[in-house]
Design a binder for this molecule. Structure first.
Ligand code: BGC
Length: 435
């Protein structure tokens, strides 16, 4: 039996400007990139800024009909209030290239990076200043790029960014106070609402939303305390966004990567809820009343994990999609992907996740598209250029792209808009496609 996807389903890959363009000298991530990967940073990163046409041509050959990308704000507005005409023209060319090649364009306005001058003014913690400044930028984007965009995403993963955003200033810092987190998130979501209203006022039919990073969180054990802990974390995570999704979004973007297990730990006041990564005895986050303790280290514990040490748990995407149905909004999977340098697990990773996406659609969840992260290997924030999520491998010396075999497997699905229900080899994983 073939598993068909709805007509008009968006098949694409997702990229972000800072991670792919290279040479973003006015961005607040530049100093971190240089600290992690000095040599590559000095040679234009993966240089998608100059190679975008051949990159998108390769995506087209895979049969993709949509592309998610972002603009680098620090290029468009390198100084407070001064817009750079040359960079605006560059992005117009990029977007026109996509449109001329019949792509549906999903444009992210903010994907984790800010201009340095914005940081110097206090960044997102200064709610009024940051919001007004960003809205001025959104207004420009609307005027210059509006007609070339089908879907706007205002913010990428505000739920994650609000937590790790302050960390980058003190690279080794691992504690974000809840006050700081809440301050950041308020500021981001207030700006989302204003951006949503602005875009809808001038371009009624353009779809506007934001995307969340939502792992599937289940109880660590059957104990009532663990069940409550998982419920609490899930609710805190989603309920906060509920009114923004219901009232200020045409669709919701879902970025799904992994699975966590919540364990209540009442006798350890430092970490009264601990989130474990899948079945590994590895703590990712400990939550205490006012502090979120983030462990950025990664341990690879076997073949059910990606090279970054993230557990592969395809069924989780189904669980999250079913949970999101309550908002009554279309969902687009704006990111899902794997760091897999040798390309041994990627094809199966994609197919298994798509199987569960199909299952959710089949049960009535409105899913409009799937964007694999990412088109080619790129800069992975705190980990530099080591993780390899790409459908194409990048040679950092020559910048040459070599298409991975899994890309061809993905292409078959996109071209025919269906997943063949062939017997796929199963990883040594506790859960598989037979649910
Ligand atoms: C982010 C991407 C990142 C990916 C893989 C997502 O949280 O939006 O920028 O590269 O995860 O870590």
């Amino acid at each position: 039996m073939d598993l068909n996807f709805p007509k008009g389903f968006l098949w694409g890959t997702a990229t972000a400007a800072y991670q792919t363009e290279g040479n973003n000298l006015n961005s607040d991530w530049r100093s971190i990139e240089e600290a992690i990967e000095y040599e590559i940073s000095q040679t234009n990163g993966i240089d998608h800024y100059n190679l975008y046409d051949s990159d998108f041509t390769f995506a087209k050959e895979l049969g993709l009909n949509a592309q998610r990308l972002s603009l680098e704000w620090s290029r468009v507005e390198p100084e407070n209030g001064k817009f750079d005409r040359k960079e605006i023209e560059h992005y117009r060319e990029v977007l026109k290239y996509l449109k001329n090649n019949n792509y549906k364009v999903v444009l992210t306005l903010h994907h984790f990076s800010n201009p340095v001058w914005f940081e110097e003014l206090g960044g997102w913690k200064e709610q009024n200043i940051s919001s007004n400044i960003f809205i001025r930028y959104v207004t420009l984007c609307l005027e210059e790029f509006g007609e070339l965009v089908d879907y706007f995403l205002t913010f990428n993963e505000p739920n994650l960014y609000a937590g790790f955003y302050p960390l980058k200033h003190y690279y080794k810092e691992r504690i974000v106070s809840a006050n700081r987190y809440i301050g950041n998130i308020r500021s981001l979501m207030k700006t989302h609402v204003k951006s949503y209203e602005l875009i809808k006022k001038y371009r009624k039919s353009t779809q506007v939303g934001f995307c969340l990073n939502l792992p599937y969180i289940e109880p660590y054990s059957k104990s009532i305390l663990d069940v409550l802990a998982a419920k609490l974390i899930n609710n805190i995570g989603l309920e906060y966004f509920s009114s923004y999704i219901r009232n200020y979004s045409d669709f919701l973007g879902l970025n799904y990567y992994f699975h966590l297990k919540a364990k209540a730990n009442l006798f350890n006041p430092d970490r009264f809820i601990v989130l474990y990564d899948g079945n590994a005895e590895r703590v990712r986050y400990g939550v205490k009343g006012i502090k979120v303790n983030i462990d950025l280290s990664n341990i690879n514990v076997g073949e059910v994990y990606s090279d970054l040490g993230w557990e592969i748990y395809p069924k989780g995407i189904y669980e999250v999609l079913v949970e999101l149905r309550k908002f009554g909004k279309p969902i687009i999977i704006t990111e899902n992907g794997i760091d897999d340098t040798d390309d041994l697990k990627r094809a199966k990773f994609i197919k298994d996740h798509l199987f569960f996406v199909w299952k959710a659609i089949n049960e009535g969840v409105d899913v409009g598209g799937y964007f694999y992260w990412s088109l080619m290997d790129n800069f992975e924030w705190f980990e530099g250029y080591k993780p390899n999520f790409g459908l194409a491998e990048v040679n950092h010396k020559t910048k040459e792209r070599v298409v991975r075999a899994s890309a061809q497997e993905f292409a078959k699905i996109c071209k025919f808009n269906k997943l063949e229900a062939d017997p796929l080899p199963t990883l040594n994983n506790k859960q598989n496609r037979n649910v």
